[in-house]
Write a protein of this length. Structure first.
Length: 120
């Protein structure tokens, strides 16, 4: 089983101590995905017990870009993972969609911080 994949029947199993934060950003006008999706979105599942990222889902990202993003995020604490993901994208990913991906990560982090503030 690949990293991040769950066994059959486990796909939709809930983790009781997690939250999901989502971030989004508009895609550039000059790409086909803009006309299909309109935006780039990322969902990040976070374990509240240790603030680690346990799952990630996103739209319209080439599989190699997705690998960079996932390897930077999964298993890391939220702040560290998002910072690492942005650094990795800046250094290794060259695409017209890069700014939108980074903006969506920053948006997800904003929602994470807001969720933490609401819990305290």
């Amino acid at each position: 089983m690949d990293k991040g994949q769950r066994a059959e029947g486990e796909k939709y199993k809930l983790r009781p101590d997690t939250i999901v934060v989502a971030g989004s950003a508009r895609l550039p006008e000059n790409i086909t995905a803009k006309h299909v999706f309109g935006y780039f979105a990322i969902e990040i599942e976070i374990d509240l017990l240790d603030s680690k990222i346990v799952d990630v889902s996103c739209t319209v990202l080439p599989s190699l870009g997705e690998k960079i993003l996932y390897s930077a995020l999964l298993g890391n604490k939220v702040e560290e993972g998002i910072k690492n993901a942005i650094e990795q994208l800046e250094r290794r990913f060259f695409s017209v969609t890069k700014r939108a991906i980074i903006a969506a990560l920053e948006d997800a982090y904003k929602w994470y911080k807001k969720s933490i503030e609401e819990r305290t």
